[in-house]
Write a protein that binds this ligand. Structure first.
Ligand code: HEC
Ligand code: HEC
Length: 218
């Protein structure tokens, strides 16, 4: 990158685009976190070391995401039991500005790549504390119906996701509600083409029902 900037300075008018290119490179290229995760998972000793550093990082995150990633704030997501590849992908999206949240965008800038990998290894091994739903059996049944028609295709029958898709089982209800409405809107803080098409036809009442059911899944 230094070379790029120097070359740009030497070439005068080329300086601006060259610098812009190197900065863009810095913001997105970084380390390939998904590849690093695979590397670490294949090396149990390294995984254990990073797990411990991840546990230390998680002590800071606990202020909002709760002890062991079990949030006690309905609008802040649990990280416990979450798929490591999914979590890293979300950190990448915050870093790229593809997913917007002022606090999280700033927070992850101070984390080193291996701290991020250790953190997701730590959270993946924590159990999710699921709270019994206070919703009516009719609402839960409606939500279950909807889940079994659409959501299970990607998030799996038990709602725990897989390599590619988020765990949604036991997720915080207010967070689920906001997130589904953002996807449905298709613009703003968080968008995704697969989730846009999955929520396009949902009414607010459908969302209430799915949220009641999904947040109570173990
Ligand atoms: C001040 C509160 C706060 C702190 C501290 C905090 N977060 Fe967050 N985090 C949030 C909020 C709020 C969201 C949800 C943003 C949204 O609505 O999309 C979030 C979302 C996330 C997500 C996306 C989860 C998902 O299910 O998609 C990840 C990953 C995450 N945070 C990791 C961390 C890590 C790692 C730390 C500690 C280094 C941390 N957060 C510290 C508030 C916080
Ligand atoms: C075709 C595949 C697909 C289907 C069907 C689908 N999803 Fe998703 N879902 C995804 C993908 C991909 C993401 C990650 C998008 C991103 O990065 O923001 C996601 C993310 C989510 C999230 C955010 C999780 C988090 O921790 O922030 C929620 C909540 C969610 N889906 C709920 C649902 C519900 C409820 C349904 C059924 C109405 C559903 N999804 C159907 C693919 C799907």
């Amino acid at each position: 990158m230094v070379v790029g900037v120097l070359v740009g300075l030497l070439w005068g008018t080329l300086a601006v685009p060259t610098l812009a290119q190197s900065l863009r490179g810095k913001a997105t290229a970084d380390v390939d976190l998904a590849a690093r995760l695979k590397e670490v998972e294949a090396n149990p000793k390294l995984a254990e070391t990073l797990y411990k550093s991840g546990e230390q990082v998680a002590a800071i995150c606990a202020n909002c995401h709760g002890e062991g990633g079990n949030s006690t704030k309905p609008d802040i997501p649990n990280l416990a039991g979450q798929n490591p590849a999914y979590l890293l992908e979300q950190l990448r999206k915050f870093a790229d500005g593809q997913r917007r949240n002022d606090f999280m965008e700033g927070m992850i800038k101070v984390l080193k790549s291996d701290e991020k990998v250790g953190m997701v290894l730590f959270y993946a091994r924590q159990n999710v504390v699921v709270h019994k739903s206070a919703s009516s059996p009719a609402l839960l049944a409606k939500g279950k119906d909807y889940f079994n028609k659409i959501c299970w295709r990607c998030h799996a029958e038990d709602g725990r996701g897989n390599e590619k898709f988020a765990r949604i089982a036991g997720q915080q209800p207010a967070y689920l509600n906001t997130t589904l409405k953002r996807y449905r809107a298709g613009v703003g803080a968080r968008t995704d083409p697969l989730m846009a098409s999955s929520t396009k036809l949902m009414t607010d009442a459908d969302i209430d029902a799915v949220v009641a059911y999904v947040s109570s899944m173990e």
